[in-house]
Design a protein around this ligand. Structure first.
Ligand SMILES: *[C@@H]1O[C@H](CO)[C@@H](O)[C@H](O)[C@H]1NC(C)=O
Ligand SMILES: *[C@@H]1O[C@H](CO)[C@@H](O)[C@H](O)[C@H]1NC(C)=O
Length: 485
């Protein structure tokens, strides 16, 4: 009786989650990949020949059998084999949403840079598109690192000197990826405005959004997950029932003929006879249920109250989109599979910190960060093994760290840090005119002191990076900045 009631309740919950009749903000139209915009379609330096101190090519590596696309920046100067910085983007983002702006100063300073897209994003393969998953993303990070360490880039690139750079969600992935690796495997790590603790994030969400809104997001996630599980289940069943690819034409031996009289063989024959009908029924069911089994997407970012993974103030949303390119590789849209909401609260990169002894770390935070609070990053930097990590706090919000003066301050500090741990001498292998700055530590006070400067100055500060190359990526060079994320 009680068991029957329980089953009925569970069935009702499953049915409601499977259809989520009241939810109007979920997106069920499939996110179709658009491959017409290739990664190389827009030159780094439009019309200006190649005046750049580096080149960029596109390549692919495999992550669990799926191709990930990457940009490889190779400095024109400096001695091969070049040290390599591996980079990837944050939550729901891809390489053409701003990573060029960080790769550029690194490549100018004589380092090779590999910027990759996670599976199902940008130029990388994988369906359904825009599947954000900490577990899968860390697999991609490990695959990228293994590819570089294994000599996949060729002899021009140093497999001994490899560092990781991650921002936002990836600021956590780099910690998880490098934890427990042998000493020196990764030379250093830059973790920028990092997501460190999903549990703390969940608590903060509960405080700011309230329980009903959190449950609403979790219901959307369960809905997406349930549909995916049902689709996978039916696909597997269909595959299992499909007739064997080639009928056996081997002559039946005497032993086999004898065995065919046994009861087991009789059952097998019966099943074989029923199989076509079952296969047909499952195929029919799969086709009939198809509209109910498409993935469900939620907005990557939205205003408070919206069904969105990140809820932001209008100014933050404006900052997010203001520097985006006009066209996105792969047909990117600010949508992610809803299922990610089930995975995030148990994802706690901060717990990897203690297993990073001996890896030099640079944490960069943003003082007004509403997503990845600076206080948590500061605490992580202080708690890093070996007496603490290096730390830089930018006087801005999360997304403003990707442009203008903040980008400049952060990239100067990062460049110096990465070079130092690659054992590169001051000035060596770096672009002329930049030599002095690239070897000099930028102290947090200095960076904070820049906050008073006007936005216009900040914009012109970024012009060195943007001129020509970055502007070209932004589409026609009309936008001063490539993008942000
Ligand atoms: C990726 O896997 C495919 C299929 O297994 C293979 O053909 C290809 O060479 C692999 N690519 C790399 C870069 O390992
Ligand atoms: C695909 O992308 C290209 C380049 O961004 C764009 O011109 C085209 O309209 C897109 N196609 C679709 C079907 O969205």
């Amino acid at each position: 009786m009680a068991a029957g009631f329980l089953v009925a309740v569970l069935a009702a919950v499953a049915a409601i989650l499977a259809t989520l009749p009241y939810e109007k903000e979920l997106v069920h139209t499939p996110l179709v990949r658009n491959t017409s915009l290739t990664p190389d379609a827009r030159p780094l330096s439009p019309g200006a020949g190649s005046g750049l101190p580096y080149s960029r090519t596109t390549l692919h590596f495999n992550s669990s059998g799926t191709a990930c696309e990457a940009w490889l920046y190779t400095p024109a100067q400096g001695q091969a084999p070049h040290p390599v910085v591996v980079m990837a983007h944050g939550l729901g983002a891809q390489k053409d949403l701003g990573l060029h702006r960080y790769a550029d100063p690194f490549a100018r300073a004589g380092m090779a840079v590999l910027v990759f897209d996670y599976r199902t994003f940008g130029g990388s393969d994988g369906e359904p598109r825009h599947w954000v998953s900490p577990r899968r993303h860390v697999e991609d990070w490990r695959a990228a690192l293994a590819f570089v360490k294994g000599g996949g880039l060729g002899s021009q690139y140093d497999t001994d000197r490899v560092s990781l750079w991650g921002t936002s969600f990836a600021g956590g992935h780099v910690l998880v990826t490098a934890a427990d690796l042998p000493p020196g495997h990764v030379r250093s790590i830059v973790s920028m405005v990092p997501h460190l603790d999903g549990m703390e994030n969940a608590k903060a969400n509960l405080r700011t959004r309230g329980l009903p809104a959190v449950l609403r997001l979790l219901a959307a996630a369960a809905h997406d997950k349930l549909r995916a599980a049902a689709a996978t289940g039916l696909d597997r069943l269909e595959a299992a029932l499909a007739p064997p690819a080639t009928a056996s034409t081997a002559p039946v031996t005497k032993a086999k003929a004898a065995a065919s009289d046994s009861p087991a063989a009789a059952v097998e024959r019966l099943l074989a006879a029923l199989r076509p009908a079952a296969a047909e029924a499952v195929s029919w069911l799969r086709a009939a249920a198809a509209p109910l089994l498409t993935p469900a997407y939620v907005k990557l970012l939205g205003a408070p109250g919206e069904l969105a993974l990140m809820q932001l103030q209008p100014a933050e949303i404006a900052a997010y989109f203001s520097k985006h390119p006009k066209e996105y590789q792969g047909g990117w849209r600010p949508l992610v599979l809803a299922r990610v909401a089930l995975e995030t609260s148990s994802y706690r990169p901060i717990t990897s910190l203690e297993r990073l002894a001996g890896v030099p770390l640079l944490f960069v935070s943003a003082a007004q960060d509403s997503l990845c609070p600076a206080a948590a990053v500061r605490a992580a930097a202080a708690a890093a093994p070996g007496g603490g990590a290096e730390y830089l706090e930018l006087p801005c919000d999360h997304f403003s760290a990707y442009g203008g003066e903040h980008l400049k301050a952060a990239s100067e500090r990062m460049t110096a840090f990465l070079r130092r741990h690659f054992g590169m001498q001051e000035g060596q292998g770096s672009e002329q005119g930049r030599g002095k700055g690239s070897g000099v530590e930028v102290q947090p006070e200095q960076a904070v002191g820049r906050s008073g400067e006007e936005e216009e100055q900040a914009a012109s500060g970024g012009a060195e990076v943007d001129a020509g190359d970055a502007g070209g990526l932004a589409g026609g060079g009309t936008s001063p900045a490539v993008d942000a994320a």
